[in-house]
Structure formats: C-alpha cells, structure tokens
Design a protein around this ligand. Sequence first.
Ligand code: UDX
Length: 433
Amino acid sequence: MKVSIIGTGYVGLVTGVGFAKHGHEVVCVDKDGYKVDMINQAEPPIYEKDLKKLLEKVVSDSKLSATMKTEEAIRDTEITFICVGTPSKEDGSVDTSAVEKVSEEVAGALKKKKEYHVVCVKSTVTPGTTDGKVLPTLEKSGKKVGEDFGLSMNPEFLREGVALDDFLNPDRIVIGGIDQRSQEFVREVYFPFKAPILLTDLRTAEMIKYASNALLATKISFANEVSRLCEKMGIDVYDVMDGVGMDHRINRDFLNAGCGFGGSCFPKDVRALRSLARKEGLKTKILDAVLEVNQEQPLLTVEYLRDELEDLQGKKVAVLGLTFKGGTDDVRMTRALPMVEGLKDEGAEVIVYDPMGMKNFSKLVDGIDYADGIEEALEGADACIIQNDWLEFKALKSEDLAGMRRKVIVDARRILDEEELSENVTYIGVGKG
Ligand code: UDX
C-alpha cells in the first residue's frame, strides 16, 4: 500500500521504516527540512537501536522517502498516519494543537483528492479527540466521512530504545475506526504482522493507550512503595517481586523498584488521564498516588546518602546516568533532574556522566560538572548514584571505583551485583533492605 506518515519523531519514523520493511511504499513528511534531508540520506535524526541499518535498506530499496510537501504526500498515498507530538499543558491536559494543525493540512489535501483516503491518528490523544477535533477539521474539506474518507485511531506502544522491535513484534494491534471500512483499511496495512488485532471504536482505542500506560506506571509506583517497606523490614523487594511476578495474572514486567519512571509517555499520560477525569468531575485517587510516589522516589537516593555521609555539604557526588533510562539520549522527565537538584540543595558538588544524554541534560540544569567518562566522574568522589541502566554501568567492578575518596554507591536501578563488590565498598541498593 502507499502510506504517508506525518511527523518524523521516534513514533513516525519507526512506523514508517517498519511499514517500508514490510513492503509498503512509505513517504514521511516533516516541516523540518534538515530532518527530511537526513532521512533521504538514510541518516536517522534520532537514535534508536537498529534504525539506521533498516533505514539504509528501505531508502536504498526506494521503499521510503521523506518530503516537506504534505499535500503531495497525501495525494499520492492511500492512507495517512498522523504522528505528531501531543505535549502536556501546565494543568496536565494534552496540547493537541499540532494534531489539529496537521488535520487542517490533511483536509486541504483531501479537498483535491478524488479517491477514498483513510486518515489514522497515531499520536497519543485523549478519548474524544479523534471524533471531536480531527473529524470536524477534516470535514471542512467538504468531503464526507464514510464515503470520501475514513478515520481511524491506532495507538502506539513503542518503548524508546527498542521501538523498532516493539513495532515489528507487537503484543497486539489496536485499530479504532469510525466505521468498519476504516478499520479494515488499516488492518490491510498491518497485513504482514502476526499479532492479534483488536478492532474498536475511536474512543476505546484512545482510552486503551492511556489505560495501558497508567497501569504500567501504577505497577512501578506500587513496586516503589512496597520497596520502601521492604527496606525497613530487611527484605529485598526484587526477590519479593520475582515471587509476585510468577503469578501469570500479574507477571514480573514493570515491577522493578528504583528511582521512578520518566520519559515522554508515562508521566505525561498519567497526568492527562487525571486531568481528563477531573474535567468529568471524577477523583483519581490511584493516579494521584502513582504520581506522588514517583515524585518522591528519586529524592530517597539523596536521603540514603545524607544518612551515610551525615552531611552532603561540600561532598563530591557523581551521578551516573542522565537519560530517563539506558539506551537513549532522551532526558524528558528524567529522574536524574530531581536527583541532581536534591543533591545541589544539600550543598553537594555534583559531577555527572552519561554515554548519550550529556548534551540534552546540560539544557536542563546549571552549576554541575560534566565528566568525559566514568573514571573521571568517580575521581575523588565521596559517593556515586547510579540513576539509569546503561550497559557500561552494569559492568562496573570494584577496581573501577579505585579513584573514589569514599566508596559509597547508591544503586537506584539495582544493576550491580553486591556480592561482586569488594568489602571496602558501601553498597546501598534501592529496596534491598
Ligand atoms: C513507555 C511504554 O512502555 C510504551 O508502551 C509507550 O508507548 C511509551 O511509554 P518508554 O517511555 O520508552 O515506553 O520507556 P519504558 O521502558 O516503558 O520505561 C519508562 C520508565 O519507567 C523509565 O524511566 C524506566 O526506567 C522506568 N521503569 C520501567 C521502572 O522504573 N521500573 C520498571 O520496572 C520498568
């Protein structure tokens, strides 16, 4: 099929490359000429595992190209996926202005199109947006939904860092449609995929995305709350969650206690669901607690250090890991930020290192030092906090800590094996008791 994708962020580009791999002819659209040029040169504008290799292949096979010309791209394709950003507003509600703006451009293109065309929203939008905002905008084209064009909502469930793999091997594909014809059209695009397909109406598809992310975030905050109790009782929360997760009704995923969840989805989506509920006059006691636990969790690491070092004033603390998780350069809502700010508030001298997140993190905070590598970060440090799970942090050994003044390690992701560390290392694992 001929597919256009509007927005070449990580969702749009991964979707485009994935569809092109399965033989569709894909054109990616972006307003940013620099990104368009990069994609046409098979250079991904974002870092995502395996993306470069596959992008090179689909570009050289002429299965994927990029353009700034929205109207032309829509005219020459059968279906358009809207994959633009939907950031949080101050009050937690979702800013859908980019989706609405793109819908206007799509309407302009539909006006001139004779053949049936399907518009599919992939951006994360709260229930009621696709039929309440996108549809009326598309109808301004004078074309009729159900006759001239179809409308669908197809949420993404891509984890950054493994987004391509998640796209190509999904657990399920949710296709919301305004009618059966729209649903079937989108199902056609997913024809080569093996995953179960769930067909729903538009609002259900929108809600599935929010409810999924809110439940995953709830699992994490739950594990973090149990972790605090485990610490007091001398129990290791990781052993507890291994046992809990063996129940197939629960499963072990997303029960890792640590310093909380960050990233572009969980914090934003939980806040959006809460804001939506409030608009409907409902209370959200669970979601409120999920966010509260998540806000407190990174600051616990600062407390552990205060307890261990007595006073953080003038102490040199190294923070390893700045991105919201390993394997990405993304620092959105990273737990490193409250952690670093908490350390600074206590008067600590903070030095940080991350294999990919230094540039982005430096835009968020002032008054800290940046090291070129782990060794430099640890040199003369009184303590170190491991904030994310990059492989090179997992590989840390006692000898790598040789340059530290005091060998105090707070492992906020539980990636080190305490047994492997020598006796002169004080190891504090979150939730270890
Ligand atoms: C998430 C969802 O997983 C994905 O389906 C959705 O579409 C986008 O949001 P992503 O934000 O890329 O993906 O990262 P994910 O791997 O889910 O982790 C989110 C955050 O939770 C990270 O900060 C991670 O460190 C943290 N986390 C995850 C935990 O603290 N404990 C866990 O057990 C799992």
